[in-house]
Write a protein of this length. Structure first.
Length: 116
């Protein structure tokens, strides 16, 4: 079955960096785009960014553009979210996501906390 497992979250000071990973299994990873989302306490889940299946194109939410970078390694079935210049407003649970047909799949999330 499709599985997405995020890792790499933690506590970091403002201005710091973290790299999140999303390990995928149960489907042909290289055939599908991957997305990253986040949900802060009391807020709705929001789009962070996405990368197409070949990795040649990415797009980002305005709030993270220029600070976050999404990449993927199709040989390792893994997507990455490099987060630089982190701000307290980036505090959230971060999720990776993919859509296969009409169904969306989500990981369990990883907590990122940015202290001021």
């Amino acid at each position: 079955q499709v599985q997405l497992v995020e890792s790499g979250g933690g506590l970091v000071q403002a201005g710091g960096s973290l790299r999140l990973s999303c390990a995928a299994s149960g489907f042909t990873f290289s055939n599908y785009a991957m997305g990253w989302f986040r949900q802060a306490p009391g807020k709705e889940r929001e789009f962070v960014g996405a990368i197409i299946r070949g990795g040649g194109s990415t797009r980002y939410a305005d709030s993270v553009k220029g600070r976050f970078t999404i990449s993927r390694d199709n040989t390792k079935n893994t997507s990455y979210l490099q987060m630089n210049s982190l701000k307290p407003d980036d505090t959230a649970v971060y999720y990776c996501n993919t859509r296969i047909g009409v169904r969306e799949y989500w990981g369990q999330g990883t907590q990122v906390t940015v202290s001021s």
